[in-house]
Write a protein that binds this ligand. Structure first.
Ligand SMILES: NC(=O)C1=CN([C@@H]2O[C@H](COP(=O)(O)OP(=O)(O)OC[C@H]3O[C@@H](n4cnc5c(N)ncnc54)[C@H](OP(=O)(O)O)[C@@H]3O)[C@@H](O)[C@H]2O)C=CC1
Ligand SMILES: Cc1cn([C@H]2C[C@H](O)[C@@H](COP(=O)(O)OP(=O)(O)O[C@H]3O[C@@H](C)C(=O)[C@@H](O)[C@H]3O)O2)c(=O)[nH]c1=O
Length: 295
């Protein structure tokens, strides 16, 4: 199966490349900047027509949550308009698209995990642009699968886990919010989930097409809990560690508001594809250990 992934240098695309390297039945082509600049219109369609992939995965996104507040046009361009163009390009050759979306489409006022049917109501520009991206994809390619996930971390690129380890290099204490709840998800576990979808499609089934799914690490925690897990694992592996000072959101003002509770219920994905991701703690330990080993 030939798969085209956008956002080549991103966390998920890199995890997908590693995953595909271990599978003889997956030819994965990742495209990124400068070959593909999604800020410009018209770049993706010729690539899709040249490669003629069986599946397109749109993993490119404008993910700078705070910066998006002052660059809303660019966030909407990449996360909404370009997502629609990628989906349309896939549709033009009859290929399905997997669009990756986010827990930040929710406002965080829930008190129980969000199902796929829960009303969306993003509270920042990034979330609004990603929700517009979901709609753009649904509008142009009936063969879509929208995968909402959350709090991605990996040994690659920018993420909260790496930020914590960097801060611990020269601080004994790190202040971290303890009143925002979510589901940390490693990029490699998400790649595995995507692989399960591809397996079904490879077998000729059209499982999940036209649907939206939540898939995230099992369990839920606050950013402060995640930081504590990171430092615990890092200390065991001989890496940097710091004490976590648990603070409220008000004590850590940011340009973009974050949802207070964006825990995703992944049961629909589990029921359809038979996969439950490991606990957020074991996913965290795995990545921190890998980072400590310099891999
Ligand atoms: N990170 C997270 O916590 C979460 C992410 N998601 C979603 O999952 C998906 C993957 O996220 P993740 O891997 O973490 O993202 P990253 O930020 O690691 O990677 C995103 C990629 O998009 C690329 N990109 C940005 N602008 C452009 C552009 N103008 N043209 C072409 N490519 C561009 C970036 O390329 P470059 O490096 O060249 O700038 C980068 O490689 C995204 O859809 C994201 O919204 C969902 C939930 C949580
Ligand atoms: C660096 C830092 C952050 N924080 C807080 C700020 C914020 O409320 C929370 C998370 O901060 P970050 O900016 O690292 O994470 P953020 O960019 O909000 O992460 C989000 O990224 C996008 C792309 C998604 O789709 C989401 O699922 C989610 O992963 O932690 C602290 O309390 N202390 C700190 O030292």
């Amino acid at each position: 199966m030939k798969v085209l992934v956008t956002g080549a240098q991103g966390q998920l695309a890199r995890a997908l490349k590693e995953y595909a390297a271990s599978r003889l039945d997956l030819d994965l082509y990742a495209v990124g900047q400068p070959q593909l600049d999604l800020a410009e219109t018209g770049g993706i369609e010729p690539l899709i027509h040249d490669l003629r992939p069986d599946v397109v995965i749109n993993a490119a996104a404008y993910t700078a949550v705070d910066r998006a507040e002052r660059e809303p046009e660019m966030a909407f361009r990449i996360n909404a308009a370009a997502a629609g163009e990628v989906a349309n390009g896939a549709a033009s050759i009859g290929a399905p698209i997997i669009q990756i979306s986010t827990d930040y489409v929710f406002d965080g006022t829930a008190t129980a995990p969000y199902s796929e049917q829960a009303p969306t109501n993003p509270i920042n520009i990034y979330g609004r642009s990603k929700l517009a991206g979901e709609d753009a994809v649904r509008a142009v390619n009936a063969q879509h699968l929208i995968l909402r996930t959350s709090w991605i971390f990996s040994p690659f690129g920018h993420n909260f886990v790496k930020t914590m380890l960097r801060l611990a290099e020269d601080r004994d204490e790190v202040c971290v919010v303890a009143d925002q709840f979510g589901c940390p998800t490693s990029a490699d576990s998400l790649a595995l989930a995507v692989g399960c979808v591809l397996d079904r499609w490879m077998g000729g089934a059209s499982t999940g097409l036209g649907q939206t799914y939540h898939v995230a690490g099992t369990g839920a925690c606050t950013w402060a809990d995640l930081a504590e897990e990171v430092f615990g694992a890092s200390a065991e592996a001989g890496g940097p560690s710091a004490k976590v000072i648990r603070i409220t959101t008000e004590k850590f003002p940011t340009p973009a508001p974050r949802p207070r509770y964006s825990v995703l219920a992944s049961g629909k994905f589990a029921a359809e594809f038979g996969v439950v991701l490991p606990s957020w703690q074991s996913l965290t330990r795995r990545v921190v250990t890998r980072l400590a080993a310099g891999q």
